[in-house]
Write a protein that binds this ligand. Structure first.
Ligand code: PLP
Length: 373
């Protein structure tokens, strides 16, 4: 992947905001739980190594990633805390995970049985977290019978396995609607019912994501998996409010690359979807859908020299055209996400335009866009 270091389009990531958000979260947790910093997907687009190091500075119990390669990248960067891979993986990788002290999520007995043979041959031990499916319908054990079988198997093979954690994941903790709250309650009851069959609990019991940690403080567990709100963003979009102390960490900036005057009835962009109603100034900005600035952003207003200016014509792969009120100098700063004075473009505003959630907006800022810290 080529990163655009010779282009004035970049994502600015404020690591002090991330550290601040972890500190705020620690203060507001009801049971003083430990924090696993969720840094999957390049830390939701913010940069996995830099974010993990920032989290390390303020103190977290570990990290959650989605895939093994992300865990290996953290180990390579010298981070020594616990790392949990949230997804399930083929048993063939058990040895690689054990070797790098990476904790594996386990959602079925088959993995344990097959991994046990490999680990025993290699004389290795793998730390495991049992996933319980209490209503997400994704990965994990669903019945006491299955869970007991897995826990017993781990106990019988304690040379190969360290029973380190147990967890579940909520599907509706981010909404205040009655159906959502009822379903959350059903899931937490199911979790408690499932784990009641275990003789002893592992070191880490974790149920809460950001949403549950903020709006369902009674959810319990001794550790939380802190994701979106570590980046200062609201898990519920705009439905419920998060404490105002949380600060967004990412902004997206560029600058005017070209400026020209077009005449009344001239058109702009592919498919000539925009036609000037009068003589107009059009600025070209070097960002497009290949950078994660999607075609649906046509019509959105971005900040140039303190003015909200409309993106006109289709978003191209690498450039956008914007109607500006006067001849702005090449090099004028453009804010696509971020704040200047009283004027702000939130990740949420972009998400609303695209019809998505802010998780998707920050994850989609592509690798071509350099992250500046
Ligand atoms: C992504 C993820 C999280 C983090 O969720 P946020 O809403 O970002 O806090 C927690 N747990 C699991 C299992 C996840 O996949």
């Amino acid at each position: 992947m080529v990163v655009g270091i010779h282009r004035k389009t970049y994502a600015k990531v404020d690591l002090s905001a991330i550290k601040h958000n972890i500190v705020v979260e620690k203060k507001q947790l009801a049971n003083k739980q430990n924090i696993f910093a969720v840094v999957k997907a390049n830390a939701y687009g913010h940069g996995i190594i830099e974010v993990a190091k920032a989290a390390h500075e303020v103190g977290v119990a570990g990290y959650c990633v989605a895939i093994i390669d992300e865990a290996l990248a953290l180990r390579k960067a010298g981070l020594n805390e616990l790392i949990l891979v949230l997804g399930v993986n083929p048993f063939e990788y058990a040895s690689l995970m054990a070797k790098n002290n990476i904790s594996a999520t386990v959602g079925d007995i088959d993995f344990l049985k097959k991994a046990q043979v490999v680990l025993s041959t290699e004389k290795q031990q793998l730390s495991v977290h049992l996933a319980l499916d209490t209503g997400m319908g994704r990965i994990g054990f669903r019945t006491q019978k299955e869970l007991r079988e897995a826990a017993d198997f781990i106990k019988q093979h304690s040379t190969e396995f360290n029973f380190e954690g147990i967890f579940t994941h909520f599907s509706t903790a981010d909404s205040g609607e009655k159906v959502a709250v009822d379903y959350y309650e059903k899931q937490i009851a199911e979790f408690n019912e499932l784990i009641s069959c275990l003789e002893e609990l592992p070191e880490y019991v974790h149920v809460a994501n950001s949403a549950a940690s903020i709006w369902h403080k009674e959810c319990g567990g001794n550790t939380i998996r802190f994701g979106i709100t570590m980046y200062g963003l609201n898990p519920s979009s705009d439905e419920l409010s998060i404490p105002s102390e949380f600060k967004p960490a990412i902004s997206l900036l560029s600058e005017v690359a070209a400026i020209k005057k077009i005449k009344k009835n001239d058109s702009v962009g592919y498919g000539k979807t925009y036609t000037a109603k009068e003589d107009e100034w059009i600025a070209t900005i070097p960002i497009g859908y290949a950078d994660g600035w999607l075609r649906k952003m046509q019509g959105f207003k971005i900040l140039i020299a303190d003015h909200f200016c409309e993106i006109v014509g289709r978003v191209c792969m690498d450039q956008i055209m914007v109607k500006v009120p006067w001849k702005m100098a090449v090099g004028t700063t453009v804010i696509l996400i971020g704040k200047k004075g009283q004027k702000e473009i939130r990740v949420q505003d972009v998400a609303d335009q695209v019809g998505t959630i802010h998780y998707e907006v920050t994850c989609l800022i592509s690798e071509r866009v350099p992250r500046i810290y």
